[in-house]
Each structure stands twice: as C-alpha cells, then as structure tokens.
Design a protein around this ligand. Structure first.
Ligand SMILES: CCC/C=C/C=C/C(=O)SCCNC(=O)CCNC(=O)[C@H](O)C(C)(C)COP(=O)(O)OP(=O)(O)OC[C@H]1O[C@@H](n2cnc3c(N)ncnc32)[C@H](O)[C@@H]1OP(=O)(O)O
Length: 276
C-alpha cells in the first residue's frame, strides 16, 4: 500500500507496528483539511493492511497538534456562500459528515490505535485521541476542548466520545463548555489518559512497547476484542453478550487458540500467528 503523504509520516516499524506521525512541525501540526482527509485515508488502509497489527499516532516537533489549521477551517465554513439557505445547509452537512470520517475510521479500524501525546493537544486533537484505544501523554501535555473558543460546538467526535471515556460528566461539561486548558495530571486523574511520561522519547517507547505486546498476540483475539469493546460501549450487557457470542461463533474456530494454548502450557515463546 502507498503511505506517502505531504504532512503525514507513516512508517512500518516491523513486527506489525505502524507509526503515523503528524508532520507539519513549523505550524505545530495544525491540521489542514487535506491532512485531515489524509488521516482518514491512512486509517482506512491500515484497517485492511494485513501487515499492520497495531498503530501508534504522535506529532513531530514541539507538540501533538495545536488543532485545526485556522485559515483552512475558515475557508471550509465559507462553503456555498452564493447558495440559498437550503442548498448551503446541505453542502455544510456533506462537509461535516466528510470531516467526521477520519475519527470514525480511527475508532472502527480493527487494529488498536495508541495515541502518544506531548505538549499541545488542542481542539481537533481531542477528537483524534478520544477515537483512539489507548492514550499516553507526557507530563508537559496541555489539553483543551477548544472549539467553543473558536465559535463552534465540536462536531467530529470529542463531545460524543469524551463522556463515554470519562465518568465525571460535570468535569466533561466544564472543559467542553469553557474551553479551559488542563494538564497531564488532570487528564490522568479524570481517566482521559492511562499513563504519563517524562518526555516524548519515553512516551513513544512505552507506546511502542504496548503496540508490540498487541502485535505479537493473536490478531483474531486482538481485533475481536477491539470490535467487541466498541460494541459493548454503546449497547446493553445483554446485547453485547449476544454480539460476542455471534462473533465468536466463527472466531473460536481459529488455529490461534491451539497455537496459543501450546505456547502457554509449554511456557514457550509466543506463536508466529498468521496474518489477518
Ligand atoms: C468541521 C470542522 C471541525 C473541526 C473543528 C476543529 C476545531 C479546533 O481544532 S479548535 C482549536 C484551534 N486551535 C487553536 O485555537 C490553537 C491556536 N494556536 C495557539 O493558540 C498557539 O499557537 C499555541 C498556544 C498552541 C502555541 O503558541 P506558541 O506561541 O508556542 O506558538 P505559535 O508561534 O503561536 O505557533 C507557531 C506557528 O504555528 C502556527 N499555528 C499554531 N497553531 C495553529 C493553528 N491552529 N492554525 C494555524 N496555524 C497555527 C502559528 O501561526 C505559528 O506560525 P508562524 O507565525 O508562521 O510561525
């Protein structure tokens, strides 16, 4: 697959681990609409790339990302200015739904995605990381659900996913309604991130270690686990038990179970599982 993009560095780190790096460092990785489309394209490819078993996403340079590229955003919302309200609104709907694709595909991508965050993680950055499976950050991280500060209700995922990640809805509403910045300690205490590290090198090392643990496990088990966890988050226990039963009706017939059982019983190395 072709993973060449102007402002994204996508590298195959071997052993099933891919690294996606936001790479517009001189603008603090502010995301142009083209970059945003490219993120959707990358994760759609990684979803079906059988060489990929786990993904780490991070930012190059000073930070993860300072959010949407503001000039790019201003030109996007000026869509169809010459049209009547009905037609302009329909164009706007198409634009918003298109803008929702990258975060949706990060979440739906059956390969687990680990966000390795450092410094600024603002606006659309929260939309990205709340769609990821695991979030680690550096102690200098600076988060903000910033959309209210630029005049809009966030519409590509933060408002929809943050309340499912963080149980404290008073806190969720406070940071979303006020656009207040919060630090790594607060993000950890509220459960937005699961681990905090001293610096970029340390957060990347940990993210890659976790990616390795995932990538060396059975891809049938790992991908099934992500898909079932996504389903369980949005359904009742009864519904998701039925879902996992139907899912595993086929997936329990995998060779990976016998191979794993031998490895566990003999205390041997992890098997070399077939691609999926
Ligand atoms: C339907 C669409 C839905 C999507 C909505 C998404 C919404 C959002 O993402 S809202 C959040 C938007 N972002 C911001 O409000 C942050 C803006 N940036 C800043 O406040 C500061 O840059 C920051 C506090 C992050 C860092 O300040 P610092 O002094 O350390 O650096 P700067 O000199 O300001 O930045 C360096 C260069 O990067 C450019 N830049 C930074 N952020 C953006 C951005 N979001 N958009 C465009 N450009 C950005 C900045 O202009 C500097 O460029 P240059 O002057 O050429 O050196």
């Amino acid at each position: 697959m072709n993973y060449s993009y102007q402002y994204l560095l996508v590298s195959n780190k071997g052993n099933g681990i891919f690294h996606v790096q936001l790479n517009r460092a001189n603008k603090l990785n502010a995301l142009t609409l083209e970059m945003w489309d490219d993120i959707g394209d990358v994760f759609a490819k990684l979803d079906t790339d059988e060489n990929c078993r786990a993904v780490v996403i991070s930012g190059n340079g000073r930070c993860f990302t300072s959010g949407i590229d503001i000039p790019s955003f201003m030109s996007a919302v000026a869509v169809g200015e010459d049209l009547d309200v009905a037609r302009r609104s329909r164009q706007m709907l198409r634009l918003i739904e298109k803008m929702q694709f990258p975060t949706n595909i990060i979440e739906k991508c059956c390969k687990p995605v680990i966000a390795a965050i450092h410094s600024y993680c603002v606006g659309i950055a929260l939309d990205i990381i709340t769609a990821c499976d695991v979030r680690y950050c550096t102690k200098d991280s600076d988060f903000a659900v910033k959309e209210v500060a630029v005049g809009l209700a966030a519409d590509v995922g933060s408002l929809n996913r943050l309340p499912k990640i963080v149980g404290n809805h008073s806190w969720v509403r406070e940071v979303c309604l006020s656009a207040r910045h919060f630090d790594a300690k607060e993000a950890f205490e509220q459960g937005l991130v699961s681990r905090v590290f001293d610096n970029y090198e340390a957060v990347m090392t940990a993210a890659k270690e976790t990616a390795k643990a995932i990538a060396t496990s059975s891809p049938v088990a790992v991908q099934g686990t992500k898909i079932v966890l996504n389903y369980a988050r949005d359904h009742s226990v009864d519904e998701s038990l039925r879902y996992v039963a139907l899912w595993n009706m086929s997936q329990l017939q995998t060779d990976d179970i016998a191979e794993s059982a031998v490895a566990v019983m003999t205390k041997g190395p992890k098997p070399n599982y077939s691609k999926l």
